[in-house]
Design a protein around this ligand. Structure first.
Ligand code: SAM
Ligand code: SF4
Ligand code: SF4
Length: 345
């Protein structure tokens, strides 16, 4: 049922472009142990950078309460992200709390993999269903120049294998491509993860935030990525898992495995975007390129009821008209935007 009445406690929500609320990304921290050049460049996120004090972060109880309300309003999938979600202490406890929510069909997490070898089993036991691991190159020098903290590839690969051994396979591996740095690593990545049985997803470098020095010349269009892989490992198109899936999927013609591209810049998917984002301090953004978030932490801490929080969600989602990627232009690119490490990708 489409709920448009006042004070709904449950009921699907539809925005002004007829898009339902289906997915929620929850950022559990703005901190990270990497300084990826396209996300948290050191010149900005240096030693003096002021991260959020822990009292400003939503507690696990607050996150779970909000998640329950979102699920009552149509959310089927939750993904935990950050910053780096595994640097938040006891993250597996939050996973266990969210896994109990009735009506939630999928619970996933995106990580840089640095702490995964230690955490994979506990995450799986807590009820995590799926994991995505970000890795931009297999070449250590290139990877280290992208994470900019000298973190070695082999520890991320150990994390991926620990996750697979814990039962989180198939794992999705996210690779962001910057033309001048790692375009030449694409085919090696495809070959390696094809053989390993994991799913590589190649992401176009996006103009999120203001600090990553984005420029269109650095974007390698998804069509170019697919042509590069297809020349070495023949591919054929593969239908989406569900309507509105952000990745465009291809299957290896040898019948084993798939690869996907996320063409957020060259082929925007705004018309089917059903995703909301909750920042670690409790602001709801209805677009990755949002400017103003709706504050849920204040009402939570003022003791507002579920009905009142539901009403806040209803009023934020039903007026939603976001389609930033469709109308990307020099003017909109110059507008104020939130940082990826704050909102979680
Ligand atoms: N720290 C975790 C990680 O790296 O997986 C989770 C947070 S990170 C912000 C989520 C995803 O956003 C990662 O896969 C990362 O590669 C991607 N990302 C960050 N900045 C990006 C950018 N400018 N363009 C495209 N993807 C980006
Ligand atoms: Fe950290 Fe992830 Fe951003 Fe890299 S992409 S700096 S790992 S939050
Ligand atoms: Fe969704 Fe905004 Fe991205 Fe468009 S630009 S797909 S509305 S998050």
């Amino acid at each position: 049922m489409v709920q448009t009445l006042r004070s709904p406690v449950r009921g699907m929500l539809i925005d002004s472009r007829q898009r339902p609320l289906r997915d929620l990304r929850i950022s559990v921290t703005d901190r990270c142990n990497f300084r990826c050049v396209y996300c948290m460049p050191k010149e900005v996120f240096g030693r003096d950078y002021k991260f959020m004090p822990s009292a400003q972060l939503l507690t696990f109880e607050e996150i779970t309460r909000l998640a329950r309300i979102f699920v009552a309003h149509g959310v089927k999938k939750i993904r935990l992200t950050g910053g780096e979600p595994l640097v938040r202490s006891d993250i597996e406890k939050l996973v266990a709390m969210l896994a109990q929510i009735e009506g939630l069909e999928d619970l996933a997490l995106t990580t840089n993999g640095s702490l995964l070898a230690r955490k994979a089993r506990a995450l799986k036991d807590a009820g995590l269903r799926r994991i995505s691991v970000s890795l931009d190159a297999l070449d250590n020098g290139i990877f280290q120049s992208m994470n900019d903290v000298g973190f070695p590839v082999e520890h991320v690969l150990e994390g991926i294998e620990a996750a697979a051994a814990a039962g989180l396979a198939p794992i999705k591996v996210n690779m962001v491509v910057k033309r001048s740095i790692n375009r030449h690593c694409i085919v090696d990545m495809a070959r390696y993860f094809h053989a390993a049985g994991h799913i590589l997803r190649i992401i176009e470098f996006m103009d999120v935030g203001h600090t990553n020095g984005w420029n269109m010349d650095e974007v390698v269009p998804a069509a170019e990525v697919i042509a590069l892989i297809n020349a070495e490992l023949p591919l054929e198109p593969f239908p989406p898992n569900y309507p509105g899936e952000v990745a465009t999927r291809f299957r290896y013609k040898d019948g084993s495995g798939e690869v996907g591209v996320i063409a957020s810049v060259t082929e925007p998917f705004c018309p089917s975007c059903t995703r909301a984002r909750l920042s670690s301090d409790g602001k709801l953004f209805t677009c990755l390129f949002g400017i103003v978030g709706t504050d849920f932490r204040t009402p939570l801490r003022l003791g507002k009821s579920d009905e009142e929080l539901s009403e806040l969600l209803r009023s934020a989602w039903t007026v939603r008209a976001d389609r930033y990627s469709e109308i990307r232009s020099s003017r909109t690119a110059a507008l104020s935007k939130v940082e990826m490490s704050y909102i979680g990708g």
